[in-house]
Ligand binder design. Structure first.
Ligand SMILES: NC(=O)c1ccc[n+]([C@@H]2O[C@H](COP(=O)([O-])OP(=O)(O)OC[C@H]3O[C@@H](n4cnc5c(N)ncnc54)[C@H](O)[C@@H]3O)[C@@H](O)[C@H]2O)c1
Length: 361
């Protein structure tokens, strides 16, 4: 039986989400008979958060210092869920000590990502990035639908993605912390912090980007933390598209996507806590609404074929996929290189906006 002792560095919103997902894997016996999964350690620089989470999950090893967790001999897997600035130092340290790593997005600067890749390779460990929409059954289903019905739909012409979210740095509501307002900790705003997911999905569904133009603006009083971005994309398949990404004061957290083909249109409205709605229409055939049950069943039956994985949410599925790669000794499904490619696109957006030019990718 393989030992999989998990440690989490930074146990705020996301660290707690991943702790719950690890506990669900244990409770549901997802790896029963193959691995002994335990949530063994938590590190958090905030004393209150550390005590609250460690007590909640009855975690025996607790420390304020994430590096102590990276060094602990009985920890096999480290989740890095701190503010962005600290991702690189913990990923590199954990990999250096032979731990498999799950790190939240965004990863950091391009040189920091390259440092993480080198440390992962030197440590010969698995390293997965939290591009969670890859484990959202709705987005996964859209990707499959577009690929499978390519002949019927005809050439892709245009795509519109919109992502608006209430300011995630007021210390209230869904986001109880404020570090996203600090450029030193967060590096950038909505495009980098939130729409990294949208750009990743745009590329996954529509293919590689050939060139882009962008307008990135800051309407708030947080220097360097953009709260409005429009990106115009030219895909290599000939389609064009746009992404609108906004942070604002309205209390809403919402995404929407429309994909136009020569013969068809696909519309997705993801739900705040999962699935949402998916419609498509081909020529003059009636509108097709794909049911939530069908989406969930197709996802589970394909992505976790042969495994006992209960219906749940994307964060849980993401942890199952990561731990499966650790347990089976296979490469992680969302490697650092995939996130590096999206980070390079985001950098190109900033370059295009500053230089008021079209950037070739
Ligand atoms: N994948 C997603 O959907 C998603 C959603 C939200 C956040 N995130 C990402 O997750 C990461 C964490 O965001 P969050 O919302 O959970 O933040 P958070 O503020 O809720 O939690 C961060 C925790 O890290 C702790 N911390 C800060 N510096 C530390 C250090 N040097 N060492 C140890 N602990 C430290 C804080 O005390 C806090 O408890 C960010 O990179 C964010 O972008 C991803």
């Amino acid at each position: 039986m393989k030992r999989v002792n998990v440690g989490i560095i930074g146990c705020g919103l996301m660290g707690n989400m991943h702790a719950m997902s690890v506990m669900n894997c244990i409770d549901e016996g997802v790896f029963a008979g193959r691995a002994d999964v335990k949530l063994l350690a938590i590190a958090d620089s905030d004393e209150k958060t550390l005590a609250q989470r460690a007590d909640l999950y009855e975690v025996p090893v607790r420390t304020a210092d994430g590096h102590e967790l990276c060094e602990a001999e009985d920890v096999d897997v480290v989740y890095v869920c701190t503010p962005t600035k600290f991702h690189a130092e913990f990923v590199v340290d954990a990999a250096r000590h032979g731990k498999h790593v799950f790190v939240e997005k965004p990863l950091g600067t391009i040189p920091q990502i390259e440092e993480m890749i080198a440390a992962r390779d030197a440590g010969k460990v698995n390293c997965q990035v939290g591009l969670v929409l890859r484990y959202d059954p709705l987005y996964w289903y859209v990707g499959r639908l577009v690929a499978e019905k390519a002949g019927e739909f005809g050439p892709m012409q245009n795509v519109i993605f919109r992502d608006d979210q209430t300011y995630p740095y007021t210390g209230t509501g869904t986001h109880p912390s404020t570090w996203r307002a600090d450029k030193d900790l967060a590096y950038h705003g909505t495009l980098f912090e939130h729409s990294i997911h949208d750009l990743d999905q745009l590329v996954r569904i529509c293919g590689d980007v050939g060139s882009l133009a962008a307008s990135v603006r800051c309407f708030n009083d947080k220097p360097g933390i953009e709260d409005s971005a429009t990106v115009l994309l030219n895909f290599k398949n000939g389609a064009s598209g746009s992404l609108t990404s906004v942070w604002y004061a309205a209390d809403r957290d919402s995404r929407r996507g429309e994909l136009y083909f020569k013969n068809a249109v696909v519309e997705l409205v993801p739900g705040m806590l999962g699935i949402g709605s998916l419609h498509y229409k081909v020529l003059s055939e009636p509108d097709v609404k794909v049911g939530q049950g069908e989406i969930q069943a197709a996802f589970l039956g394909t992505v976790f074929k042969g495994m006992k994985v209960p219906p749940s949410h994307a964060y849980f599925y993401e942890t199952v996929a990561f731990l499966r790669s650790v347990v089976h000794g296979t490469p992680p499904p969302t490697p650092l290189e995939d996130a590096l490619a999206v980070h390079e696109l985001i950098e190109a957006c900033y370059e295009a906006s500053q230089g008021k030019k079209v950037v070739s990718i």
